[in-house]
Every structure is written in C-alpha cells, then in structure tokens.
Ligand binder design. Structure first.
Ligand SMILES: Cc1cc2nc3c(=O)[nH]c(=O)nc-3n(C[C@H](O)[C@H](O)[C@H](O)COP(=O)(O)OP(=O)(O)OC[C@H]3O[C@@H](n4cnc5c(N)ncnc54)[C@H](O)[C@@H]3O)c2cc1C
Length: 284
C-alpha cells in the first residue's frame, strides 16, 4: 500500500519547525525524523497524518555534547552515531553496546535516538536506556520549553507526555561515575527483532559492594521503568550468583507483563527473570 496524501514541510530552523508544528498539530501534523517507524505505519495506513514536519534539514539538531555532567542528544542524532563511544565516560561504552541491539544497520543509519523516545515502543532499547538512567527530555513548542523526567515521560504503549505541538528537541543523559559498571541483555526470537524483554543495569562498586544500583526493564510492560524491588536486592551487596538470582526473582515478581497471542504473561515474566540475571552477569 502507499501512504495517504500528506503535505511535507521542510523547515530550516528550529523556530520555523515549532511554528509549523504549532499550526498543523491539530490537523494530525506529525514530526518526521528518521521515518523508520512513522513511514512503515503510514505505508500500512495505520497512520494518515495530513502534514509532516520534516526536521532532517533543521540546523543544529544533530549535535551530541557533554558538559562534564550530562550528555545532550539532539533530535536528529541517529542510532548509528553511538556505534563508537561518543564520550570518554562509561556512558559512551554503554550506549555503544546497547546501540548495536537496535534493529539492523540500515535502520540505525536513519532512525534517531529522540524519535525512538517520541515513538515510545515498549521494547525500544533507547526508551529503556532513558528510563534506567533517569534521562531528562527537553520538549519545545511555540509556547516555550519544559523538561520532563523519564519517569513522567512514558505514558504507556506508544504514548508519552509530549503534547501534539511539542518537539522533543533534546534528551539529557547523566554521565556515569568513572568507576561505574553496566550490563545489558535482551531476548528476541530473531536478531534485530524488537525484544520480548530487555534489561539494563548500572551500579558503582565501593569497597567491594554495589551502590547506586539502577535496574531497568523494557519490553515486558507497557513502558520501560526502573524496578525498585530488584535494586533493593542488589544495593549494598557484593556481586555474585546468589545475589543476582535474588534480584532477578524480585524483578520477575514485580513486573505486570504484557500478553499477546504469541507470548503469555508467564512466559514474559520468565524472560524477565532470565534477562535480569544475564545482564547482571554481563556487568560483572
Ligand atoms: C524492521 C525494523 C526493526 C526495528 N527494530 C527496532 C528495535 O529492535 N529496537 C528499536 O528501538 N527500534 C526498532 N525499530 C524502530 C527504529 O528504531 C526507529 O528508528 C525509531 O523507533 C523511531 O525513530 P525515527 O527517527 O525513525 O522516528 P520516526 O519514524 O520519524 O517517528 C516516529 C514517531 O515519533 C515522532 N517523532 C519523531 N521524532 C520526534 C521528535 N523529535 N519530537 C516529537 N516527535 C517525534 C513522529 O512524529 C512519529 O510519530 C525498527 C524499525 C524497523 C523498520
């Protein structure tokens, strides 16, 4: 099938993009970033936006910058930008490791970090990263700018706190401590598919014990989130098989798994148990 007719707008500046988005938002105007999610659903006519605000030509949106505390990722930064560490900090290595689990190479060359967050697929690796590391989203519109914490941003399957006329201009990820460790694991039936469950963990090691533990689970529930029960099981403990299994059990018990015709809730819960343990083993 071909998409329904639409008008493509090609602003050159952010102000121009926000102005057009403000004007067309009420007529199902949408932002077009990498197009790797929007274009397929338009081709299937699951979405029929009347206007596309194509931000690919907007100056300055393709920047990645660090101020020593936070990594800022602009709206047109592609997944492939993270194939190599973008910052000399454990966060750079973490993003490079996670990036290669997203789809396939041609999709990573076009798809954007911010587009993934705005699309909010429950299984998106970048949504999981943002939720686990307590990212801050910077939303802009002609009405002004606001910052949204990750825990307030994700609002269910493909739903976010963004208003129709808001552009996700930038995402801010806190840099990790120099001694931080991370682990990631996901399960999917075929390489490149969306994960049925995915886990990202990060923590610091102090005196042989794990501190400042973050455990995020994606793909299993409507939105990715940190799992406090698993973090409590790990904080202050020495890493090891028994502790990792206890955290995995706590995470599996805490999630309310999504179900579909191929995947039962029990199966997904079991996957959460497995991927939490594997991510922790990876971290160690
Ligand atoms: C075969 C295939 C496999 C894939 N596998 C994976 C996978 O394993 N993991 C994964 O995470 N993703 C996967 N994807 C999706 C891919 O990562 C997309 O790139 C991503 O979800 C959306 O980014 P985009 O820049 O392409 O956004 P677009 O497709 O351009 O837009 C997606 C949605 O977000 C909105 N939007 C985009 N940018 C902004 C913004 N800055 N502000 C406000 N709204 C915005 C659009 O209006 C639209 O509604 C896959 C895609 C395909 C085709």
């Amino acid at each position: 099938m071909k998409p329904a007719p639409f008008i493509r707008h090609a602003p050159k500046t952010l102000d121009e993009a926000l102005k057009i988005l403000g004007e067309v938002a009420t007529q199902d105007g949408r932002v077009l970033a990498g197009g790797q999610s929007l274009v397929p659903i338009m081709a299937f006519r699951l979405a029929k936006p009347a206007h596309l605000v194509d931000i690919n030509g907007v100056e300055g949106l393709d920047k990645i910058a660090s101020n020593g505390k936070v990594l800022s990722i602009g709206a047109c930064v592609r997944h492939a930008a993270f194939h190599k560490p973008v910052v000399d900090n454990p966060l750079g290595k973490l993003l490079a490791y996670v990036a290669r689990h997203i789809a396939h190479y041609p999709i990573r060359v076009r798809g954007t970090f911010c587009g993934s967050l705005a699309h909010a697929d429950p299984a998106s690796e970048w949504c999981l990263t943002a939720a686990t590391l307590d990212a801050t989203m910077v939303a802009k519109s002609t009405r002004g700018e606001r910052s949204i914490a990750a825990r307030d941003f994700f609002a269910g399957i493909m739903a976010t706190a963004l208003a129709e006329d808001e552009l996700l201009a930038e995402v801010k990820l806190p840099l990790l401590a120099p001694d931080a460790k991370f682990g990631f694991n996901e399960f999917n039936r075929r390489a490149g598919d969306f994960a049925l469950a995915a886990v990202l963990v990060s923590y610091r090691m102090q005196g042989g014990f794990m501190t400042d533990v973050h455990v995020g689970v994606g793909g299993a529930e409507a939105s990715p989130r940190r799992i406090a029960e698993a973090e409590v099981a790990l904080n202050g403990q020495a890493p090891g098989d028994k502790v990792f299994r206890a955290a995995a059990e706590a995470a599996a018990a805490a999630v309310e798994p999504l179900e579909d015709h191929q995947t039962s809730g029990d199966y997904r819960r079991d996957l959460v148990r497995a991927v939490v343990r594997r991510a922790l083993e990876h971290s160690a």
